[in-house]
Design a protein around this ligand. Structure first.
Ligand SMILES: NC(=O)c1ccc[n+]([C@@H]2O[C@H](COP(=O)([O-])OP(=O)(O)OC[C@H]3O[C@@H](n4cnc5c(N)ncnc54)[C@H](OP(=O)(O)O)[C@@H]3O)[C@@H](O)[C@H]2O)c1
Length: 233
């Protein structure tokens, strides 16, 4: 494959919401879910998340579990995966705590979005893409030239990419069919709300065009259900 293997990792409510109506940082999962997320992140060479997710949390989740850090060392991986922020506008507050976390940061943006960050040190690398108008029309969400971006990431040594949300980023990647698997944790709570974000935003698909999944495993831990799906092409 001329691109990294891609895995979405998300926690959601029983009604499919990934946050509440105030777009708060999603902290409704258990400690078991947090460790599961950290483990999935530890398998990745890089993680990617949308600017909305960063604006909501203000931080990223670093790997702190000593066993996971040790395993990365044994595999000659750097302690923390590259943290790739996807933002068409590039409008991110440099005062966010994320920018002082000891993690390597990359920015994926448009030529306009890159302007502010070029002469600054917050991002180790800036990957610039034109937005893909054709895909934007299909997905009704922002879209980058994913084929070219993902092949650049592969050339930069990213074999495994974890996609951490939010719904807009996942919609645009699913629209171009580059998501290989999903880890979804269903948490025992309902937030409701027609405008409250779900795992996949954008315009959506008709039933016949729905993205098909194969269930790989189901695990229950206390009140949560951990689902692992592969996408079928
Ligand atoms: N439950 C969970 O596991 C989980 C995980 C992650 C996030 N969340 C929650 O989800 C919410 C955020 O979700 P969201 O759907 O609003 O946000 P999102 O996808 O994280 O962010 C949307 C923003 O990211 C950029 N973006 C996303 N896809 C893009 C693309 N294809 N091309 C260019 N730019 C792109 C754009 O940034 P610009 O505006 O800068 O152009 C866009 O406005 C937060 O409340 C967060 O707490 C929950």
């Amino acid at each position: 494959m001329n691109r990294p293997q891609t895995t979405v990792v998300l926690g959601m409510t029983a009604d499919g919401k990934i946050t509440d109506k105030a777009l708060s940082p999603a902290r409704f999962g258990s400690q078991a879910d947090k460790l599961h997320l950290e483990r999935q992140i530890s398998f990745a060479d890089a993680v990617i998340f949308g600017a909305g997710t960063l604006r909501s949390y203000g931080t990223t989740l670093p790997i702190t579990n000593l066993e996971l850090l040790e395993t990365r060392k044994e595999h000659s991986q750097q302690p923390q995966p590259f943290q790739i922020v996807c933002s068409a506008s590039g409008k991110l507050n440099p005062q966010l705590r994320f920018f002082s976390q000891p993690v390597p940061r990359w920015l994926l943006t448009t030529p306009t979005g890159a302007e502010f960050w070029r002469e600054r040190t917050e991002f180790e690398r800036i990957i610039v893409s034109r937005s893909d108008r054709h895909q934007e029309q299909i997905a009704n969400s922002l879209s980058m030239e994913w084929d070219s971006i993902l092949s650049q990431l592969k050339q930069l040594g990213i074999d495994k990419l974890a996609i951490l949300g939010g719904g807009q980023l996942i919609a645009s990647l699913l629209a171009v069919d580059v998501v290989d698997e999903f880890y979804l944790t269903i948490c025992p709570v309902i937030f409701g709300g027609k405008d409250t974000p779900t795992a996949v935003e954008g315009r959506g698909w008709l039933q016949q065009q729905g993205r098909k999944l194969e269930l790989v495993s189901v695990k229950q831990v206390d009140q949560e259900v951990f689902l692992h799906y592969k996408t079928i092409r």
